[in-house]
Structures are given as structure tokens and as C-alpha cells.
Design a protein around this ligand. Structure first.
Ligand code: MOS
Length: 676
């Protein structure tokens, strides 16, 4: 299907959070901490308040009233302590955006700085084992004896990979527009991945019952996780609007987004693998280090994909975390699984090379019968089929396994493969369907963050009702609609779709209206491991002169249950793969060790792939029938596309050059270090 809102989007009529024309709106602009740790000693707002159009200055000098148990990243201006450089310490409110910005510049903040530490290191004394890692998984797992498995192995690999800080960089910057009515009800137009959860979090932060808050978010220009939780600009808009008695808009700049809208934690990951003479794993160990802030614990689940991937008699995963003077890391597309699979799938390639076994064959030989971690059966697992189909399409059988032997002029040429996986879950959701004007209206507080969710739900509803899609109108993006979980964790379509199917089934029985709540249905789901799988293939050309890496060809083959709509799915998957290419070769936010915060804060310095970087990205999928997921039989596809891509490219770079870069991104200097 074409996107149902495609026309309003391309004609500029789709309204994003910052664009609602509201009578009497004024603007708030943040003041950010210039130190990474310490205290705000004094705030002098007198100059700012004397400037034209200025209505108020909010700051830690006069903490606005907020709930005592507010999330530490959202508890604006409550404490004088500074936890990271770029944290909001004040804000100016004025009649225009430019007046607010000028006034924010004129707010004088004096600090009592303290020494800071913003660097994740493998030998950091503050590393500890968190109780659990996201979303609520054991930090460590283990079975068998890893040391014994390594001792008996014929081939071993002991390698450490690092991934840098990455930023989500959605196209639409975070923005919020807040209005209080005379009865003390708050309306927020917000750029969010979930109106229901955003409403609840804003209400909790302000100490309001959820019924007093409404979030409207009809169109969202991407999020990749950064809009999966409420961000400070929404709270700032609400506080400023309350303070000045006018509607207030806060539109973050790209630079501000780097500081306060989350990022992917850097990782240091050590992999130890042992294999017998046939390439069967005797031991597999994955230890992942990552960071969080002093404000709260965010423990990324980096090593969790290793728990489900391969059969090994000794299998250990562990996570360690250190709290630094940094902003709290957050969700970024396939959080954990993406950097974790980069390391695991790079290490599997190193093992294949060391053992002299084809990397596809190595993976096939280590295919588990059941989930190696829990012993549960997989609802469906078609990794081998993806690898085989990808090999056929990619022409893998013509590959010479020797690294560093194909040269075309200055260019070294190579190919690589990696496996991909991502959990396929769903969360409770409500929906309503009713007959309306000869058609059907379906309501659910889902979010379309550019994925095509509105369109997919239209198709799901139409198929359930047995009518043409143009007779179905799906309304989403408003917390006044039936409660729904976020667009996140590749669970959107599965969660909202389940509720839409049930509501439409009820409508068919009732003739007029159907309501659904999938809480009970999901509680009764059988205990199974539900994962999507895929295989990523990359061809690279590496310049021996400049060290640049070109990717003329990427192929992803996925097994993700039933694909609801081919056009939407292809767009999601090639988007994920393109983001994976960025992770492999370009994306990196440098931390400023001297002053704290980040050194790269815009898209001139934080490079993402453009069309010229991805001449040929192909995503295909296998027919997969899995009845034990949800009524659609669909697994999520928002995140699996990015998983494994960076490993496939890194493995291809090794195949091209014979040189293994273990620190992402694979930039020209790291290639040139190898000296061809
Ligand atoms: Mo996705 S990072 O779970 O929004």
C-alpha cells in the first residue's frame, strides 16, 4: 500500500509538533550547563529579564513545582547539582523564538565546578554488575565451563570490539507545544513515539492525574528510540506555559538534541570463542561494558542476543556498567542487540577465518535446537534458510575465501556475511472499531514515526473486516484514543495490530462497534522464544590510497513472520540496513574528555549515509508462517534491519584487505594504519 498520509506529507499539510498554529504562543529556550559536574552557585537573570519580549526566566535558583519522584532527567531546575555538560539549568521565555534565545544567552550562570569523568574504559574501577539489564533481563547468564571449553578447543578467538557513542538523529528535531486550559488541564503537542506513555510520564513528572493531560502527536519525523520516552523539552514547555499563562513552544536545535534526547551508549565488548575441529563451539563468552549517568541507571542489554544465537556447551554472557558524568544513555534502534551482534558476528567471522571454515557453514554447524539460554522452543527460527537464500542471491559460492587478494587498481574488493536477530514481542493494547458514514473508524493511540504504522493498521483492519482499505479510517497519535504502547522494540505493529484485529472481530459480531484489550490474551501466550532472524551480505571496495570504504552492494534476507505490507516492509528494512552502514563506516559522537559533553553536535560532523553511499541496498524476506505470535502472524521489522549490517561490512573489509578493524566506525585512518 501507499501510505495513507503520503499525500498530506509530501504536500506539507501534515502537522508536526512545532507546527500547530496556536493563538498567543510564546517560546522557551534552554540554558545548558557549561560544566560536566559540580554545582550552580548563582543565576543572574536580571539582564535577560530586561530584554525585549522576555516574560520569564526559569532556573535552579527558583525551582518550579514538580512531583518529588519525577524521573531524574525530567526533574528540570530542581537541584543545583550538575550531572553532565549540556544539562538544562535554566530557560528563558519570550514572545518570539529569537527573543527567547537572546535572553537565554544573557542569563548569567556561575558554577562551582568539580572534577569530572566522562570516559568509558575497560579498566574503570567503577565498573559494576547491574541487577538487571534492559528491558528486565538478568545481567549475567552462564552454563557450562567456559575455561574448560576454551582449553579443549582446536581453534580459539579472544577479541575485543568497541563501538562509539551514537546519536539517533531523527529528521524532525524534538519539539513540544504546551497549553493549559482554565480547568488546569494540560494539552501537549509532542513529537513522541507513544502518546499514551508520554501522557503518563508528563503527568507523573508534573504530579497530575493522567486524566488531566492529553498528548497529541499525529505525525512524527522519526525517533529511532529517542522519542520513546518523554524528553525535557516537553516538561519545559509545560512548566513555562504554567509560569507565564500562555501556550509555550520549545523546539530543540540539532545541537541541543545531542545533549538531552538520548544516545546509544559506547561499548567495549570482549568475545572469547572456542571451536572443535569441525567448527562446533566448545565455548562462547560475551562480556559487554557500557556506561550510564550519575542520575540513573540505564543498563543496555548488549550481550543478550548471544544468549539465543548459537549452541555451545559452555555459554556465558555478562554486563558491566559504570556511572559517569554524562547524560543518561537511552534507546537507539535495536538497543543492545545491534552493538552486541556487531561484536558476536565479527567474532564468528574471525573464528571462521581461524578455523578455515566458510562463515555461513560455521553458523549452520552451530545452529541450536532450542533457545540455548532458556531451553524453550523457538516459535519459528529460519536463520539457516536466510543464510542459504542470501548466499544464493548474493553469489556466495563464487567467493574466494582468501583475504586481501582481490585488487582492481587502487581498490581492494571483498564480501562479508553476518547473522541478524531481534526479539518478536508484543505488549497489551486497547482499540475501538466502529461503523461510520458507510465506512469504518478504528481508533488506537498508536504512533506513526515514519514507519508506515497508520497504513499497516489500515490494512490489518481492512483485512479483518473483509473490506477495501479505502473504507477504513485509522485514527492514531492522540492519548485520548484507546491506550497503546510505544512504537518501540519492534513491537508496534504486533501490539497495536493485535488490538485492532480483536476490535474489528468484535465489530463484525456486534454490527456497530467493537472494543478490544489484549492484556489477557497476551498473559495467556505460551512460553516460547520468539525472535526474527536474518542474514546480511555486504560487498565492499576499500581504497588503498585514501582508506575510504565503499559499499556497492548490501543484501538482507529476513525471516520475520508474515509481512503485513511489502512496500512498507522494504522501506523499513533498507532504512535499518542503511543505518547499519552508517554505524559501520561513519557515525561516531566524540566525547569531550576535557570539558565533558560531546564534540560532534551537528550533521556536518556526525555523518550519516546519503543516497550516494547506498547505491544498491536490497531487502527480501522468506515466507514464514508462525501462528504463535499474534493474530497477524507478524514479527517486528523496525529494528532487525540494522542488526548485523555493521558486522557484515566489517567482515567484508577484512576479506578485502586482510586487516581487521575492531573499533567502529571503520574510518579511513584506521584502514590506512594497515598500509597496503
Ligand atoms: Mo526502538 S530504539 O525500541 O524505539
Amino acid at each position: 500500500m501507499n501510505r495513507v498520509e503520503g499525500h498530506v506529507k509530501v504536500t506539507g499539510l501534515a502537522t508536526y509538533a512545532a507546527e500547530y498554529p496556536i493563538e498567543g504562543v510564546v517560546y522557551a529556550y534552554p540554558v545548558q550547563s557549561l560544566i560536566a559536574r559540580g554545582r550552580v552557585a548563582r543565576v543572574d537573570a536580571s539582564d535577560a529579564l530586561a530584554m525585549p519580549g522576555v516574560l520569564a526566566v526559569l532556573s535552579v535558583a527558583d525551582p518550579p513545582e514538580l512531583a518529588e519522584d519525577a524521573d531524574a532527567e525530567l526533574a528540570l531546575f530542581q537541584r543545583r547539582e550538575v550531572a553532565y555538560r549540556g544539562q538544562l539549568v535554566a530557560a528563558a521565555v519570550a514572545g518570539t523564538y529569537d527573543e527567547a534565545r537572546a535572553a537565554a544567552d544573557a542569563v548569567r550562570v556561575e558554577y562551582e565546578p568539580a572534577d569530572h569523568d566522562v570516559s568509558l574504559r575497560a579498566d574503570h574501577p567503577g565498573l559494576y554488575r547491574p541487577e538487571v539489564v534492559n528491558p528486565n533481563l538478568p545481567a549475567d547468564t552462564g552454563q557450562g565451563d567456559v575455561e574448560a571449553g576454551l582449553a579443549e578447543a582446536v581453534t580459539t578467538v579472544d577479541v575485543t570490539y568497541t563501538t562509539p557513542v551514537l546519536h539517533n538523529n531523527a529528521m524532525e528535531p524534538h519539539a513540544s507545544l504546551a497549553l493549559w486550559d482554565a480547568e488546569g488541564r494540560l494539552l501537549v503537542y509532542d513529537s513522541t513515539q507513544g502518546a499514551t506513555t508520554d501522557r503518563d510520564m508528563i503527568a507523573k513528572t508534573l504530579g497530575l492525574p493522567p486524566g488531566r493531560v492529553r498528548v497529541v502527536s499525529r505525525h512524527v519525523g522519526g525517533g529511532f528510540g529517542s522519542k520513546g520516552t518523554t524528553r525535557p523539552q516537553a516538561v519545559l514547555a509545560a512548566l513555562a506555559a504554567r509560569a507565564v499563562g500562555r501556550p509555550v513552544k520549545v523546539a530543540l536545535t540539532r545541537q541541543q538534541m545531542f545533549d538531552v534526547t538520548g544516545y546509544r551508549t559506547p561499548t567495549i565488548q570482549r568475545l572469547r570463542l572456542g571451536a572443535d575441529g569441525e567448527g562446533r563451539l566448545t565455548a562462547l563468552e560475551h562480556v559487554a561494558l557500557s556506561q550510564s549517568s550519575t542520575l540513573k541507571e540505564f543498563a543496555e542489554q548488549t550481550a543478550t542476543p548471544t544468549r539465543v544465537m548459537y549452541a555451545a556447551p559452555a555459554l556465558r554472557t555478562a554486563h558491566r556498567l559504570v556511572r559517569l558524568d554524562v547524560a543518561t544513555p537511552s534507546w537507539m534502534r535495536a538497543p543492545g542487540d545491534c552493538p552486541g551482534m556487531y561484536a558476536l558476528e565479527s567474532a564468528m567471522d574471525e573464528l571462521a577465518c581461524a578455523a578455515g571454515i566458510d562463515p555461513i557453514e560455521l553458523r549452520v554447524r552451530n545452529e541450536p535446537e532450542v533457545d540455548p539460554d532458556t531451553g524453550l522452543p523457538f516459535s519459528s527460527r529460519n536463520l539457516v534458510a536466510c543464510l542459504r537464500e542470501g548466499a544464493r542471491r548474493f553469489g556466495w559460492d563464487r567467493r574466494d575465501p582468501r583475504p586481501g587478494v582481490r585488487r582492481e587498481g587502487e581498490w581492494l574488493v571483498g564480501t562479508g556475511v553476518a547473522a541478524s536477530t531481534y526479539p518478536a514481542k508484543r505488549r497489551p493494547c486497547k482499540a475501538v472499531a466502529r461503523v461510520l458514514d458507510g465506512g469504518f473508524l478504528v481508533q488506537v493511540a498508536a504512533a506513526d514515526i515514519g514507519t508506515g504504522a497508520r497504513t499497516a493498521l489500515t490494512r490489518i483492519a481492512a483485512e479483518t473486516l473483509g473490506v477495501a482499505p479505502d473504507r477504513v479510517h485509522v485514527e492514531i497519535g492522540d492519548s485520548d484514543l484507546p491506550d497503546a504502547p510505544v512504537a518501540g522494540g519492534s513491537m508496534g505493529t504486533a501490539s497495536w495490530g493485535s488490538a485492532v484485529v480483536r476490535a474489528c472481530e468484535e465489530l463484525k459480531k456486534d454490527g456497530r462497534e467493537g472494543r478490544a484489550d489484549t492484556t489477557e490474551e497476551i498473559r495467556q501466550d505460551s512460553r516460547l522464544t520468539r525472535q526474527a532472524f536474518g542474514a546480511q551480505f555486504a560487498e565492499v571496495r576499500v581504497s588503498s590510497v585514501t582508506g575510504e570504504v565503499r559499499v556497492p552492494r548490501l543484501l538482507g534476507v529476513f525471516a520475520a513472520g508474515r509481512i503485513v505490507d511489502a512496500k512498507l516492509a522494504r522501506s523499513q528494512l533498507i532504512g535499518g540496513m542503511t543505518m547499519g552502514l552508517g554505524m559501520a563506516l561513519m557515525e561516531e559522537t566524540l566525547t569531550d574528555e576535557e570539558f565533558g559533553g560531546f564534540l560532534r553536535r551537528d550533521l556536518a560532523q556526525y555523518h550519516v549515509p546519503v543516497c550516494a553511499d547506498v547505491p544498491d541496498v536490497e531487502a527480501v524476506w522468506l515466507e514464514e508462517h508462525d501462528e504463535r505470535l499474534n493474530p497477524m502472524g507478524a514479527k517486528g521489522i523496525g529494528e532487525i534491519g540494522i542488526v548485523g549490517t555493521a558486522a557484515a561490512i566489517g567482515n567484508a573489509v577484512h576479506h578485502a584487505t586482510g586487516h581487521r578493524v575492531r573499533e567502529l566506525p571503520i574510518t579511513p585512518p584506521k584502514i590506512l594504519m594497515a598500509r597496503f
